[in-house]
Design a protein. Structure first.
Length: 315
């Protein structure tokens, strides 16, 4: 099991080229987020994922963010809905293997359940049946299943369900057991990975055809394309700024080590020439460092290094 997980993790990569909106797949964050603003799209995704038919669904209190106690981590769900039978559905799209799905679903279950009960409520009858669905672009467990369904069972008597009414369903677009699952699920998961007309079989489920038409409308929407480009440009600038700051911080840390050595030798009353000789540095450089150190004794080595490199402290 552990070996399978390691192989899956090795295949994962964050270095992906820019993908235009027209070429996006439902697995891509932007397209999935935009598509699931539509409640009918959410209903189709739930139905095809679980192999069920829903009469009606509604947003669960309009909620995508569930807060925890102050100072504790909350969650942001991709979408969260409730049907007319009181069942709640949390659906998450996971393109890359972060190795955290089992414990992530455990945490999500806890925070999904918590708001269902009021403060001081004695019983647990108001906890609703819950389904946590994670659609993965990789095989989390390495057995080739399109769908892995988990519920709490007795170890000594596997047919005995605990009865907590919570299921966790892990879907795998890379599945191979076509004969063991319903065809609509297979077609749906293949379509998620490559959301194009070529991936819509003639005999596929009508709901999948409807989902495809909705995605094509989004991709053809000129304003949506502009919005995506602006977001992509913003993200690019943020990445570049992060890289720039990383390079700057690396240079500051290296320079700060030299400053620290000069500070220690200066504390031993060694003069500029002696410090420069022992550290194999230019006299002018050592003089500049000493001047900065004496100018403000409270400055840290890093702050002094910033002044040496950039003439100001990095904000």
């Amino acid at each position: 099991m552990e070996k399978r997980k390691q192989l899956n993790m090795q295949m994962d990569t964050d270095n992906e080229p820019f993908n235009p909106l027209k070429d996006m797949n439902l697995m891509d964050d932007f397209l999935f987020d935009v598509a699931t603003v539509d409640l009918e799209t959410c209903k189709i995704i739930i139905e095809l994922s679980l192999g069920i038919t829903l009469t009606k669904i509604a947003w669960k209190e309009g909620q995508k963010v569930v807060h925890n106690l102050p100072g504790k981590r909350g969650i942001r769900m991709d979408f969260y809905a409730e049907d007319d039978q009181g069942r709640v559905f949390d659906v998450e799209m996971q393109k890359r293997n972060r190795g955290n799905i089992p414990k992530r679903t455990r945490f999500y279950q806890a925070l999904i359940d918590a708001p269902m009960l009021k403060s001081g409520e004695q019983g647990f009858d108001h906890l609703k049946p819950a389904y946590i669905i994670v659609i993965c672009g990789f095989d989390q467990y390495g057995y080739g299943f399109y769908r892995y369904t988990f519920d709490n069972r007795c170890k000594e008597l596997p047919e005995l369900l605990m009865g907590d009414e919570c299921q966790k369903i892990i879907l795998n677009t890379k599945g191979t057991n076509d004969e063991d699952v319903e065809k609509p699920l297979v077609d749906f998961l293949h379509y998620i990975e490559k959301s194009s007309e070529d991936n819509i079989p003639e005999d596929c489920d009508e709901r999948l055809k409807h989902l495809h038409r909705k995605l094509e409308e989004i991709k053809a929407n000129e304003q949506m394309g502009v919005t995506y480009m602006k977001m992509e440009e913003r993200d690019r600038l943020i990445r570049e700024e992060g890289e720039r700051r990383g390079e700057i911080q690396g240079a500051i840390k290296a320079e700060a080590k030299i400053v620290s050595m000069i500070r220690k030798k200066l504390a031993k009353d060694k003069d500029t020439d002696k410090i420069a000789e022992e550290l194999e540095l230019e006299n002018d450089y050592v003089e500049k460092v000493i001047a900065l150190l004496r100018e403000d004794l409270d400055k840290t080595d890093e702050q002094t290094a910033e002044l040496l490199l950039y003439g100001k402290e990095e904000k």
